[in-house]
Design a protein around this ligand. Structure first.
Ligand code: SF4
Length: 290
């Protein structure tokens, strides 16, 4: 089974010019999302789900959704900028208004791993990609997660603007006991924004791996480093947008990353409420086993 990424919200606290996502215009009913997740578990043996952006904390009933997924027995990896853990938070992208405060304690009770982005050691570097998220705010969120017993994963998009900053980012992580893992992703030039702004962020696979070599485990102690190139992530993801559309990125069949894989297209499989959606996924898996 692909890695399943569920967009829980339809908007974000930050506006990443390299965003890979296709945002839905609405938020599908929580009962429908849970029924679909149960179907994936029962039919395909799904054990883990990533609940990601549009930021999950912008979804008013995020705790209900997470509790429901937890009750299904799924391992939950929650990817969030984390802004609403600190208090009511302004929505800046694909929507407006203020998201209510979300209790970090209650999220930590049901999420097995909470992914927090950090893309630079200074605001100048960090905000090239994660616009509006300051380094000090991300540090404050990590300190809060330290106190509630969360298990945290740091997510870093490695791009042309932060290639030389990874060792400095590493130095910010060691002081947080909640951090278990540091995932580094080679920038993937997909989605409407990621494709449009690709020239600003593109980095070759060779340069990506060279940058990873500047990280030394002694800087990080027990924190596990996981590096994922764009090629390694090709054909790995099944995504569900906030409106319930099930999709995969439109990518060429060959395993290495190809120039044509950089595009803003997506392959739509259906909607989570379609009666035959699981059959369509089974058919897709037959043609494209992962
Ligand atoms: S990359 Fe993630 S955090 Fe950034 S705008 Fe897109 S969904 Fe939001």
């Amino acid at each position: 089974m692909h890695s399943v990424i569920l967009s829980a919200g339809k908007s974000c606290f930050v506006a990443c010019p390299g965003c890979y996502n296709h945002f839905g215009a609405t938020v599908s009913a929580t009962a429908d999302v849970l029924a679909f997740a149960a179907g994936l578990r029962n039919r395909f043996g799904l054990e883990r789900i990533t609940v990601g952006g549009g930021d999950p904390l912008t979804r008013p009933d995020i705790l209900v959704l997470l509790t429901g997924l937890h009750t299904l027995g799924l391992r939950i990896h929650l990817d969030t900028v984390g802004t609403a853990f600190l208090g009511p938070a302004r929505i800046r992208f694909m929507g407006k208004g203020v998201a209510e405060h979300v209790s970090a304690d209650r999220v930590a009770e049901v999420a097995d791993l909470i992914g927090i982005p950090l893309d630079g050691s200074t605001d100048r570097i960090q905000q090239q990609f994660r616009r509006h998220a300051s380094v000090s705010a991300q540090q404050e969120i990590l300190t809060l997660l330290d106190t509630v017993g969360a298990s945290v994963c740091i997510n870093t998009v490695v791009h042309s603007g932060n290639l030389d900053d990874l060792a400095q980012i590493a130095s910010l992580l060691a002081g947080h006991p909640s951090i278990r893992e540091w995932q580094l992703f080679q920038f993937m030039p997909i989605g409407p924004l990621g494709h449009r702004n690709r020239e600003r962020f593109l980095v070759t696979e060779t340069d990506f791996h060279r940058a990873i070599m500047t990280i030394h485990q002694e800087m990080l102690g027990r924190i596990r480093v996981v590096a994922k190139s764009a090629a390694e992530r090709k054909h790995r993801y099944l995504l569900i947008d906030s409106a319930g559309l099930v999709w995969t990125p439109d990518q060429s069949p060959a395993p290495p990353w190809q120039t044509e894989d950089s595009n803003d297209r997506r392959h739509l499989i259906g909607n989570i409420t379609d009666r035959d959606i699981l059959d369509r996924l089974a058919d897709q898996q037959t043609r494209e086993p992962v």
